[in-house]
Design a protein around this ligand. Structure first.
Ligand code: LMR
Length: 364
């Protein structure tokens, strides 16, 4: 090694210290740049459902538009958590984003979301969207704040159909049947009103419970029924549209509030666009699923005639009254009024159909 005079040695040491500091600063900077904000988005349905596809759509938009500053990890099919566990995981920050069905907020202590479970309360999607996007939707989200949760959007799925291993034509056919429900008191009351025996069960357990005869039947929109292969273990399906299933996209409040403002703004916009995307695909996904179940030939499909729908509706109407206090009479009334408003607008349009094809909203 060449000898360096003492005076120059000091300069060399200073230079190398500066170089090391620069290297350290650069490494820290690149590490930070390479360390994205991770959003774990857990859900319980298959990827090829309205919710599953929307979760993937949001991931794409969020990652592209933040140029990698945000990474969204989507965990479908209860891979990470089942129904109830995922709510707890969100509250402790083990995941950051969920989209539980509106029937699953009761265990959180927010029963008003069960408004959406009331049988036959939404005569059409127009009424539904007005309720979700208006004062009621905002009020519901405000109830989540004290639970450490922020509501971002309402996503659609669709109207539910009934399935079982025996035909479900008249209300009497429900007598004594064990039917799987989500964790909603309204759904429990609905099944009891029909004379059935409701069994709360996590979504991930339904297929095997049907297969093993632990329960006799269930209710869900077609996209869930088909993608979970429930038609393989249900011989009868009744197209009844007797209730609704949709979702609230929710995030851990602290996580969301702590995001850099520009990132949060990008994610909000991505969520807004994803919601439009999701609502646009939901009905078609359900129609396609019905066609696939029909093609599978495993299940007899019965479309409930109008006159029987009216009987089903009358039978379940008591549930609305029963839940006035728990859900809020004002909220239920507001849905009736919205439905009537939509009906009026439709009737005043040129070429309005002379007669409704479905039972109208339940009258206040
Ligand atoms: C169910 O449990 O039946 C549904 O909530 C599943 C879902 O998320 O669509």
């Amino acid at each position: 090694m060449a000898l360096i005079p003492t005076a120059q040695k000091g300069v060399v040491m200073k230079l190398s210290a500066t170089l090391s500091a620069l290297v350290l600063a650069f490494t820290t900077f690149t590490c930070q740049a390479a360390d994205p904000i991770v959003i774990k988005f857990s859900h319980v349905v298959a990827p090829d459902t309205p919710k599953g596809r929307a979760a993937d759509h949001f991931k794409k938009l969020a990652e592209e538009r933040t140029r990698g500053r945000v990474k969204v990890e989507v965990y479908p099919n209860s891979q990470l958590y089942k129904d109830r566990e995922e709510m707890e995981a969100l509250q402790i920050g083990a995941v950051q984003m969920l989209a539980p069905s509106l029937a699953k907020f009761g265990p959180l202590g927010v029963r008003s979301f069960e408004l959406f479970d009331l049988p036959y309360i939404f005569p059409n999607k127009e009424t539904l969207y007005r309720v979700m996007d208006g004062d009621i939707g905002r009020k519901l989200f405000s109830l989540l704040d004290p639970k450490g949760i922020t509501g971002l959007a309402f996503w659609d799925n669709g109207f539910k159909q009934m399935s079982a291993n025996r035909p479900l034509h008249s209300v009497e056919d429900f007598k004594g049947l064990k039917l799987r429900i989500q964790s909603s008191k309204v759904l429990e009351a609905q099944m009891k009103a029909l004379g059935a025996n409701p069994q709360v069960m996590a979504f991930s357990e339904v297929y095997s419970a049907l297969q093993q005869g632990v329960v006799d039947g269930t209710e869900n929109p077609m996209s869930n029924l088909y993608t979970q292969k429930m038609h393989e273990v249900q011989r009868h399906l009744t197209i009844s549209d007797h209730g609704y299933l949709g979702y609230a996209v929710i995030v851990n409040k602290k996580f969301w509030d702590d995001l850099p403002n520009d990132v949060r703004a990008i994610l909000n916009k991505a969520m807004e666009e994803t919601t439009v995307f999701e609502r646009n695909i939901a009905q078609k996904d359900n129609d396609d699923a019905l066609a696939k179940v029909r093609a599978a030939g495993t299940t007899h499909i019965y479309v409930l005639p109008f006159k029987d729908r009216v009987v089903w509706q009358q039978t379940m109407l008591s549930v609305h009254k029963e839940f006035e206090e728990k859900i809020g009479r004002d909220m239920i009334q507001a849905v009736y009024l919205t439905a009537a408003e939509v009906e009026r607008e439709k009737a005043s349009q040129p070429n309005a159909p002379a007669r409704k094809t479905k039972p109208g909203p339940v009258k206040p």
